[in-house]
Ligand binder design. Structure first.
Ligand code: F6R
Length: 242
């Protein structure tokens, strides 16, 4: 894994945006895997700013988001559909039929998961997957204990993830307790991975990822088995990890 250290969150975000822009500009077709959460907000901001100023085109880009809550309507401000529109899709020229996010309202959720995997396959897999890191080592919504061989599936969220995400809701009782997520196998099949880590609350998790055992109880540890991972981490997240 290649680790890039930045001064702070802004610099991490700028570097991540440039990393993504390089791929967008240099590929005739590109399939991006995207993440939500607090970490990539500013990365999307820099991509949007680039679009305003440089008009880098996304006409040839298809995106697949990692996950979505079950039971939230896309118009719900806490849904990942809403997040993606707000921070990225509405700000660039990506055609809406080239953006995929699991449908957490599907009548048949199992079928939705299978259809999502099929769609990724149809696009020849993901070229670059953007990831954030959960404090308990989750990636996507793959919580500790998730088998490494799963593709898109339904998960029950752990108490710690619900607590961490409660900051986006009025109170923890509103946080959905289930989600659809790409699995560890889906993530590992991406040709390249870009993991962003920011803030001192992620310091222990990053330390474990860089120096701990590969273990399903710390899902992110599997990234050590991928041959093309770049981590961009800010000073607070990386301090004392080496
Ligand atoms: C988001 C996702 C999650 C987050 C993780 C970190 O689509 O899949 O795994 O990346 O929970 O979240 P933040 O960035 O809010 O600390």
């Amino acid at each position: 894994m290649k680790v890039i250290r930045t001064k702070n969150y802004q610099e991490m975000s700028k570097m991540a945006a440039n990393f993504i822009l390089d791929k967008v500009k240099s590929s005739s077709e590109l399939t991006l895997g995207l993440a939500t959460g607090g970490t990539p907000v500013q990365t999307y901001h820099y991509l949007a700013k680039d679009y305003q100023e440089q008009k880098t085109s996304y006409q040839h880009v298809t995106t697949f988001n990692l996950d979505e809550y079950i039971g939230l309507d896309p118009s719900d401000p806490n849904s990942y559909h809403y997040y993606m529109d707000k921070h990225f899709f509405s700000k660039v020229n990506i055609p809406s039929d080239q953006t995929f996010i699991p449908n957490g309202l599907a009548e048949n959720l199992e079928k939705e998961c299978q259809a999502y995997d099929e769609e990724i396959k149809k696009h020849n897999g993901i070229d670059l997957q953007l990831l954030g890191l959960g404090t308990n080592g989750h990636v996507g919504f793959n919580e500790p204990g998730t088998a490494f061989d799963q593709h898109t599936h339904i998960v029950a969220l752990t108490e710690s993830t619900m607590q961490a995400n409660a900051r986006f809701f009025n109170n923890i009782n509103q946080v959905p307790n289930r989600a659809i997520t790409m699995g560890i196998a889906s993530i590992m099949e991406s040709k390249e991975i870009l993991l962003l880590v920011s803030g001192k609350e992620k310091n222990d998790a990053l330390n474990k990822l860089l120096h701990g055992e590969i273990d399903k109880h710390f899902p992110a540890s599997v990234l050590n088995q991928h041959e093309n991972v770049t981590i961009i981490a800010d000073e607070d997240a990386i301090i004392n990890t080496n």
